[in-house]
Write a protein that binds this ligand. Structure first.
Ligand code: GP9
Ligand code: MN
Length: 618
């Protein structure tokens, strides 16, 4: 029996490692992968020694068939999306459709290797079995073998997982790079972790929401429209123009207009702000989905989820996104980002959000690598070259990469920013990184201007999320000369800039209305002259709304006058920081909770299409 078990483990291991190779992993790169894969196989077959002899072979063949089926399905999916499957994707089966329609193109003749073992292994195992008929191991031996398999299996799998978590903290909680997880803990453990998360986090396709609750949500959207004035400022100011939206990695507001050691940190953005509409009280509203949450907020005007990332958990929902709205106006839509396409599930989510094309790492020449990948400057150069070849008008959504945490590639930037004493410190490194991002943006804007594209294009720039984590709050306090970085001060500084440049510098000036990522889409749609009244957006058009409010996923919020740390029972006047009785904000707190709840229900129950139909019929 030990021989049968060993042969099975070795054969399956070869199969799993071959799969790993095909999805871009390397065996040598990960000692965790080997341990984890062997461990998973041991767990899988731990019952073999104790089941009745006549079932053993059948069980092994069954396991082999399952592993083969999953490996081939994942492989085809990988070839289509550059990523591996998750259960939320299976539950929202729509995506499988796109893969199955091109299944013949995705299948390579060499994939038949996956079934080779059925031809070789089965006769071999049968032979060994018949030879073993004579010896009948007793139940103590069988139970011990079973236990050894189970316990060593758990130990090895766990070791592999621990190695991965050490190497990439949080990767298993957010699942931001699924292919990387599979490459490092093996296919079986990857699906095991995915299944565990799926059931634990309760993503089980559509939930049933009562008609009453649905009606409440519909009414909320209908009433929201009533707040908007009849005559909309800037409506259609850039109708028919191209739109380039640039989401800048870790660009926080406190660097704007600031000098360090006498040098401007963001000279190019400062110059752009002087001729643009600038929202100076625009807050970061992202949650566990990081960059992907910022992309989701801006392009869908819905809140991020309470737990996990929408991009990972609900990639198959129907979304009436910004690219979809513009596509209906005849726009070409392209999302551009220089990292691996499968990261944050973008290769699945972007097409579902109506981006015609995802211009990614595989389309770009890696001629200058800084940190995580292609430098922003090269990314902008190649992206712009590409944009000049596509049909106008277009919506290009660009997501930058170079200024990503931990900001320590200071040797690679072109023109170093002299940060004085901060050289080498976390904050100094961040300022250098953001100065580089600014320089790259300067290059893009110069080219747009020189090549006459600025008159025909709306350029919107915003930061994706915070750059400084709370454990570094003292470094931020020092930079900003804040004596006491208390919670009010901390939250007040969680701003990202939003700059919208219109052709002819129309509307240039600062706007102080409070807002956040959620407000991007309605504000832009108004400028592009798209009637958004029947689009289920939760944000506000910041150029027309009488008041603003930014809500963080934990329930903290900032409106035009107050900052409320809801869960801590504290509120402050926004300008002075003077404490303010939280009871006076009862209505705002209720509204805020309701908004978060509505957004969560919409996403969990895939309600956008239904609400849209309701709004269209009003
Ligand atoms: C990589 C990138 C990083 O593609 O967008 O995401 P983040 O770690 O900032 O969430
Ligand atoms: Mn980011």
């Amino acid at each position: 029996m030990a021989a049968i078990v060993s042969i099975f483990i070795i054969t399956m291991l070869i199969k799993l490692l071959y799969f790993n190779h095909l999805i871009g992993g390397t065996i040598s790169a990960s000692y965790g992968l080997l341990m984890s894969s062997i461990g998973a196989l041991m767990i899988l077959i731990c019952l073999i020694p104790i089941v009745n002899k006549q079932y053993r072979m059948k069980m092994l063949i069954f396991f082999d068939a399952i592993i083969t089926f999953i490996a081939v399905a994942d492989l085809l999916f990988y070839r289509y999306f550059n990523d591996v499957i998750t259960l939320p994707m299976v539950a929202q089966i729509k995506m499988a459709g796109s893969v199955s329609s091109s299944i013949f193109n995705l299948f390579h003749i060499s994939d038949l290797l996956f079934i080779l073992d059925f031809l070789l292994l089965i006769p071999l195992l049968k032979k060994i079995r018949s030879r073993q008929e004579i010896t009948k191991p007793d139940w103590i031996y069988r139970t011990s073998l079973s236990l050894v398999l189970l316990l060593s299996g758990i130990f090895l799998s766990y070791r592999g997982i621990v190695i991965l978590e050490k190497d990439q903290p949080n990767i298993l909680t957010t699942f931001y790079d699924k292919a990387y997880i599979a490459q490092n803990i093996g296919l079986i453990n990857y699906h095991g972790v995915d299944a565990f998360k799926f059931f634990k986090e309760g993503v089980r396709g559509k939930k049933t929401l009562s008609d009453d609750e649905k009606a409440k949500i519909n009414t909320w959207f209908k009433e929201k429209q009533a707040y908007m004035p009849d005559k909309l400022e800037y409506f259609g100011a850039a109708k028919g123009k191209n739109l380039i939206a640039i989401q800048v990695e870790a660009l926080q507001e406190f660097v704007i207009g600031r000098k360090i050691n006498g040098n401007e940190i963001t000279p190019n953005l400062n110059r752009l702000i002087n001729k643009s509409i600038y929202f100076e009280n625009y807050f970061c509203e992202t949650a566990a989905g990081g960059t992907s949450d910022a992309e989701f907020l801006a392009n869908n005007s819905l809140y991020p989820l309470k737990t996990g990332a929408v991009f990972m958990k609900y990639p198959g929902n129907y979304y009436f996104s910004l690219p979809k709205a513009l596509k209906e106006q005849g726009y070409a839509t392209v999302a551009m980002h220089a990292y691996k396409p499968g990261f944050w599930n973008r290769s699945v989510m972007y097409p579902n959000m109506s981006f015609d094309k995802f211009f990614n790492k595989n389309d770009l020449i890696p001629d200058e690598i800084i940190g995580m990948g292609l430098s922003d400057k090269s990314f902008f150069r190649q992206s712009l070259d590409y944009l000049k070849t596509i049909k106008e008008p277009y919506y290009a959504f660009m997501v930058t990469l170079t200024s990503h945490y931990p900001y320590d590639n200071t040797e690679s930037y072109h023109k170093a920013l002299d940060v004085g004493d901060l050289k080498g410190a976390f904050m100094g490194n961040y300022l250098e990184a953001i100065h580089y991002a600014d320089e790259s943006l300067g290059y893009l804007i110069d080219r747009l201007e020189k090549e006459g594209m600025m008159d025909n294009t709306v350029v919107a720039v915003y930061g994706d999320h915070y750059a400084v984590s709370k454990d570094k709050k003292n470094e931020l306090a020092r930079l900003l000369n804040i004596d006491d970085m208390n919670d009010y001060m901390w939250v007040k500084h969680q701003k990202v800039p939003l700059i919208i440049h219109l052709p002819g510098d129309e509307g240039a000036g600062r706007r102080s209305i409070a807002g956040g990522g959620l407000d991007f889409m309605p504000t832009i749609l108004n400028i592009m002259g798209v009637d958004g009244r029947a689009i289920p957006m939760m944000g506000r058009d910041l150029l027309n709304s009488p008041h603003g409010m930014a809500v963080m996923r934990n329930g903290y919020f900032i409106d035009d006058d107050y900052l409320c740390l809801t869960a801590d029972g504290a509120a402050f006047k926004l300008d002075s920081g003077e404490p303010y009785p939280i009871e006076n904000l009862k209505k705002e707190i209720e509204d805020m909770h309701m908004e978060l709840d509505i957004s969560e229900k919409i996403i969990e129950n895939d309600l956008i299409e239904e609400i849209r139909n309701y709004l269209l019929n009003q």
